[in-house]
Design a protein around this ligand. Structure first.
Ligand code: S3P
Length: 433
């Protein structure tokens, strides 16, 4: 198990053009290429463990993948093939849940598995609604835990599903299943979750309409009558990865960072708005719009003040661990509520944030659906990542203020392999065991 030690930083002013590509869009671009009959071209595909696992699965399902270095070309099979072996999603909940939806309506036998962390995460949220429309899926704990075995069924029933949670993974799994259903389907969620699936599939020619009604967000999906157009996409940088460096600039006095070419999709950048509310200077510069608005974000240090976060939680759920570091140095008591979903991420992120901040000398109150953080002075500590990439990176960023040792940092490879190289532009980082 590798650990890293990070040392306090002096003020910095940097531009980062090498933030990891967006994970959500990378997964989707590889998977959705299977829905076309023409080769898709993907530039800036995220070369991290999670998305490379997805790419391997797409290959195991019969696609040909050609990698020129700067772009990846995926030539889909005429129809999705039954793989010879297990499909390993590694650490990725997005991979596993979206493949459940995609494969439920394909003839064949598919077994999805993952690492020790993914095998503990709840899958019923997709398995139950998919079974309700005729999918044949089983797994440990009555289908709640991977490995999951899918006996693809080509005749899925049309549905009108009201999801109790705002989850883009559940929504995407159901949209993918709907594309192979016998009739028009409707999916609704209590709040809008990230909408890359709707945007990308519509861009590929799928008949998908979205509306807001009675406070719920609705998606109407027509089943496919013909293969979709192929994708030609340059994947923007991932705002949830960029956000670690936004927090870095916001907590190290006198610092500034320019984060280049991020998706500025409103469902993804809410955490930057919260940082602004806390006092940091944040500037958004939109440059393009290809499937998504794309541009740069500049973040500058200013003394931070406490904030209460209970709105638009799905739009900043992935950034909450990093935001907790900003809250730990802000003046006053910050509160996060309505974020129970944090408990079923790569780790129980409420428990891991609370445990680690306490080790750093910060007063934290734990709730079932969040926490309250009394801003103060971070102290050096030795903390555990619990195998969770975002916990590892958040506490390495905290180390810019107080110094920090983070154990079990291999997980950073799942989403942001060059994170430590970028961190070294700001401060000294030493590896250890
Ligand atoms: C993701 C959706 C979110 C997010 C995850 C990626 C996606 O999960 O936390 O990191 O790509 O669809 P939920 O859909 O479970 O909220």
């Amino acid at each position: 198990m590798k650990s890293l030690r990070v040392f306090p930083a002096k003020s910095f002013d940097i531009e980062i053009a090498a933030i990891a590509s967006d994970k959500s869009i990378s997964h989707r671009s590889a998977m959705f290429s299977l829905l076309s009959d023409r080769p898709s071209t993907i530039r800036n595909f995220l070369r991290a463990e999670d998305t490379l696992n997805t790419l391997q699965i797409v290959q195991a399902l019969g696609a040909e993948v050609e990698d020129s270095g700067s772009s990846i070309t995926i030539t889909p099979p005429s129809s999705i093939q039954e793989p010879e072996d297990l499909l390993d999603c590694g650490n990725s909940g997005t991979g596993m849940r979206l493949f459940c939806g995609l494969l439920s309506g394909v003839r064949g036998f598919f077994v999805l598995t993952g690492d020790q962390y993914l095998r503990k995460r709840p899958m019923k949220r997709v398995v139950v609604p998919l079974r309700d429309i005729g999918a044949r899926i089983d797994g440990r704990e009555e289908g709640n835990k991977a490995p999951l075995a899918i006996r693809g069924n080509e005749v899925l029933e049309p549905f009108d599903y009201e999801s109790p949670i705002a989850s883009a993974q559940v929504k995407s799994a159901m949209i993918l299943a709907a594309l192979r259903a016998k009739g028009r389907c409707k999916y609704s969620e209590p709040e809008l979750s990230r909408d890359h699936t709707e945007r990308m599939l519509r861009g590929m020619g799928a008949n998908i309409e979205t509306t807001s009604k009675n406070g719920r967000y609705e998606v109407w999906i027509e089943p496919l009558k013909a293969p979709l157009q192929s994708l030609d996409i340059t994947i923007p940088a991932d705002p949830s990865s960029a956000f670690f460096f936004a927090v870095a600039a916001a907590i190290v006095p006198g610092s500034r960072v320019v984060l280049k070419n991020l998706t500025l999709n409103p469902t993804r950048i809410e955490a930057f708005r919260v940082l602004e509310q806390m006092g940091a200077k944040v500037q958004l510069i939109q440059k393009e719009n290809i499937y998504e608005p794309i541009g740069d974000i500049i973040v500058e240090y200013a003394p931070l003040r406490a904030v209460e976060v209970s709105q638009n939680i799905p739009w900043l759920i992935d950034e909450l661990p990093a935001l907790s570091i900003a809250m730990a140095v802000a003046k006053g008591r910050s509160v996060v509520k309505g974020a129970k979903e944090l408990r079923v991420k790569e780790s129980d992120r409420i428990a891991t944030v609370v445990e680690n901040l306490r080790k750093c000398g910060i007063e934290v109150e734990e709730f079932e659906d969040g926490y309250a953080i009394e801003g103060g002075k971070l102290h050096f500590a030795k903390v555990k990542s619990h195998g969770d990439h975002r916990i590892a990176m958040s506490f390495l960023i905290a180390g810019l203020v107080s110094g920090m040792e983070v154990e079990d940092v291999e997980c950073i490879e799942t989403s942001f392999p060059n994170f430590v190289d970028l961190l070294r532009q700001i401060t000294e980082v030493r590896g250890g065991n």
